[in-house]
Ligand binder design. Structure first.
Ligand code: ZN
Ligand code: ZN
Length: 157
């Protein structure tokens, strides 16, 4: 019997969730897990029942902030952590899977929430054209383990 690893399953889910985002520019998905179970999931976008950027501004895109990001959206990591916290989940020792490495603001949130490991598929710095992944650097600096995700071949188990 060949089976996917849990890491691969969770990253696949984050990747599928990203496709639900209404964001015009970047679509990011995240999954929060503990052991082999899922605590929360999310993707980037404005708070529920406020805006759908792609439908409201299909031509121009939504209003930008000073860094060129959507000024309305919560990031996938923020949405995922917020949902977990709203529902009383314990995040201490949790692992996050995200399709784009955390920005600095999300990194601060991840660390403060007690999340201890982050898998990411793509580099935020590479996507933004920044010289380094300051979110990843922040996490590493304070002992949160970060891993650039490697596709895992199906293993026999
Ligand atoms: Zn937007
Ligand atoms: Zn972020």
């Amino acid at each position: 019997m060949s089976k996917l690893s849990f890491e691969q399953i969770f990253m696949n889910l984050a990747t599928d969730l990203a496709k639900r985002s209404h964001c015009v520019k970047a679509q990011v998905g995240a999954v929060l897990t503990k052991d082999t179970r899922i605590i929360s999931v999310g993707y980037n976008g404005p708070p529920a029942s406020t805006h759908n950027c792609d439908e409201e501004w299909p031509e121009t895109g939504c209003p930008r902030d000073a860094r060129g990001s959507c000024s309305l959206a919560l990031h996938a990591e923020e949405n995922t952590i917020l949902y977990a916290v709203k529902n009383g989940a314990k995040l201490e020792g949790a692992t996050m899977y995200t399709t784009l490495s955390p920005c600095l603001a999300c990194a601060r949130l991840i660390y403060s929430a007690g999340i201890t490991k982050v898998y990411y598929r793509h580099s935020y710095a590479a996507y933004k054209g920044f010289p380094n992944d300051e979110g990843v650097d922040f996490l590493n600096c304070f002992g949160v383990v970060t891993r650039k995700f490697e596709e895992q071949p199906v293993v026999s188990a």
